[in-house]
Design a protein around this ligand. Structure first.
Ligand SMILES: Cc1cc2nc3c(=O)[nH]c(=O)nc-3n(C[C@H](O)[C@H](O)[C@H](O)COP(=O)(O)OP(=O)(O)OC[C@H]3O[C@@H](n4cnc5c(N)ncnc54)[C@H](O)[C@@H]3O)c2cc1C
Length: 300
């Protein structure tokens, strides 16, 4: 069987593996079809062996974290989906650093920072991704971004070696990093923080979360901001000015609460989301001359 070796590696490490299962339930958009294989590695060695086997055997593979910034095809994905999530998610303190496995959620990391009275990650509280996904995207919010707090990361290079990269080599810029579009797999991330007061940290995190709850349609599945912030503009404002608030295609809708979010109002398909984003781009361009660029990543 084509995936026997992959099953063997998962078995050797005790990693969870699923065959012919829908990926939708693993994504924040709740969209995506059945994938040949979904495997949830539980160590760096397991990730390295899975990736190396796929490369050697010419099996297509996909790396995801918590799937909160992706729109995955309704046809699913052929090959091996490697979900680096909660099964590889330890967080440990070393001085003022938090060293996190790539699958650790930002929620877990922020809570750990708060408990350890380490400041710097307050802005990230409420971003629903993993350490690996957040670094890949240089995730940011409320005036902060990963660039401000990441010190180094360990990654699996294309050659199969595990290497360390310091932040200054990561080319971190708006929703971009040295990992964007590369074959490098982030294995762990070191956040360099500063000693702070637990109560103040908690207060800031709660404020951030309240802003999110008040402004964002968190009650519906989505992948966060649909479009990047164009230079000098706000995507949500342009969309609203084009009269698209509440605009609906099938089960996908421009959120009435926050026009920057396309939400899954109920059974939205991959095609619905593609169509609605194309319609938005076209109308906003016609009205304002600004060409919006998708922030959500399309995987098919
Ligand atoms: C409600 C909501 C609110 C959001 N708010 C924000 C926000 O305020 N700011 C913001 O920046 N984003 C926001 N997002 C988007 C998203 O949460 C972030 O981009 C997050 O960092 C993505 O992490 P992830 O683990 O889900 O990555 P995924 O969606 O799983 O993957 C994203 C990309 O990263 C790559 N990747 C993931 N893990 C690894 C790894 N270990 N090694 C190599 N590549 C990897 C994938 O291949 C993919 O290309 C929001 C999303 C939602 C649903």
């Amino acid at each position: 069987m084509k995936y026997d070796t992959i099953s063997g590696i998962a078995g050797k490490y005790g990693a969870k593996i699923l065959y012919d299962e829908s990926i939708a339930e693993f994504t924040s958009f709740r969209i995506g079809g059945k994938c040949d294989v979904i495997v949830m590695p539980n160590s760096a060695e397991c990730i390295a062996e899975l990736v190396s086997e796929c490369r050697k055997s010419g099996i297509r593979y996909y790396i995801f974290g918590k799937c909160t910034n992706v729109l995955i095809s309704g046809e699913g994905l052929r090959g091996v989906v490697i979900l680096i999530d909660g099964d590889y998610s330890s967080v440990r303190r070393d001085g003022n650093d938090l060293i996190c496995d790539a699958g650790a959620s930002l929620a877990k990391i922020c809570n750990e920072a708060r408990k350890e009275s380490l400041s710097g990650l307050e802005f990230a509280y409420g971003i629903p991704g993993s350490a690996g996904g957040a670094l890949y995207m240089n995730a940011g919010a409320y005036g902060g971004e990963m660039k401000d707090v990441v010190s180094w990361c360990d990654y699996l290079a294309g050659s199969g070696e595990i290497r360390r990269m310091n932040a200054e080599n990561m080319k971190l810029s708006y929703r971009h990093s040295a990992f964007t579009g590369s074959d490098k797999v982030i294995l762990s991330v070191c956040f360099r923080l500063t000693p702070g007061d637990e109560n103040k940290i908690a207060e800031l995190m709660n404020e951030t979360m309240k802003k999110r709850r008040d402004k964002q349609p968190l009650e519906y599945p989505s992948a966060g901001s649909t479009f990047k912030r164009p230079d000098g503009y706000f995507a949500a404002k342009l969309i609203e000015d084009s009269g698209l608030k509440g605009y609906t295609v099938g089960g996908a809708q421009v959120s009435e609460k926050h026009s920057g979010f396309v939400i899954n109002k109920g059974n939205a398909s991959f095609d619905d989301v593609i169509k609605i984003t194309e319609d938005i781009k076209e109308k906003v361009f016609a009205d304002s001359g600004v060409l919006l660029e998708r922030e959500i990543l399309i995987v098919e």
